[in-house]
Design a protein around this ligand. Structure first.
Ligand SMILES: [Zn+2]
Length: 246
């Protein structure tokens, strides 16, 4: 599955909470080429790294051992935790990103992400709701892997949660859509950082769970609608179902 270890990163230290990760954070590289990204992630002066890099053709590089703390998330927060690097596996997916020409992720790349995540989920019992994007855990700083990332395809292969609202979720959403304070509270209950503005948090949430909101004309959809609320209610319900089944 993995190429010969041509690339190894010196940028890691020990995880603060023991060697077993409990979370997966997905990124895009945001550089012109895979080679540029690999060089940076392996440069001891860059101060950044990731456990894995997945190229457009699906080729997967392992840069840092899973039991070590790679430096991919930076200042981040999820569900009360701030040292996301200590709890997570970081996967960088090659894509030029918004700076150099954001493009669709390839089919081979998506398949490789799914295969890798499935093996990590199995090995470390990582819960579905703890498979997130960099933008979920660093709301004001990061937009990767962005609205083109195929989260729904991943969830169809049991990688991560994808919201499937019920009739009851839609009914409750009708009340919630006019109550921004309640919606914000629920976003934070799901795990989002409570510090950024409501609008910034809504954009980050939409980036992952409501990508249809993004278009050429609107790259900051910060107004929740009924489906935004219904999907969040569904996520919270599905998270509880997942926890009760575990
Ligand atoms: Zn990132």
């Amino acid at each position: 599955m993995f190429s010969k270890p041509k690339y190894k990163s010196p940028n890691f230290n020990d995880r603060a909470c023991g060697p077993i990760p409990s979370m997966i954070i997905l990124h895009y590289t945001g550089m012109k080429t895979a080679k540029d990204a690999l060089a940076q992630l392996c440069d001891d002066e860059s101060g950044v790294s990731a456990h894995y890099v997945i190229e457009e053709n699906g080729k997967t590089h392992k840069l840092v051992d899973d039991d070590k703390r790679a430096w991919h998330a930076g200042v981040s927060f999820w569900n009360g935790e701030a040292d996301i690097n200590s709890t997570s596996v970081g996967i960088e997916i090659v894509n030029p990103g918004h700076e150099f020409g954001y493009q669709e992720f390839t089919k081979k790349q998506t398949e490789a992400v799914i295969d890798l995540c499935k093996s990590l989920i199995f090995k470390y019992e990582i819960p579905a709701h703890r498979i997130l994007g960099h933008s979920d855990v660093a709301i004001t700083r990061k937009v990767d892997p962005g609205h083109l990332f195929p989260w729904a395809d991943l969830a169809a292969h049991d990688v991560g949660l994808w919201p499937v609202p019920t009739e009851m979720d839609y009914q409750a959403a009708e009340d919630m859509v006019v109550n921004h304070a309640a919606f914000h509270e629920l976003l934070c209950a799901y795990g989002y950082n409570y510090e950024p503005d409501f609008e910034e948090t809504v954009v980050a949430y939409h980036r992952h769970f409501y990508p249809e909101k993004f278009s050429k004309w609107d790259d900051k959809p910060d107004e929740p609608d009924v489906l935004s609320c219904a999907r969040l209610l569904a996520l919270i319900r599905q998270k509880h179902e997942f926890e009760n089944a575990a």
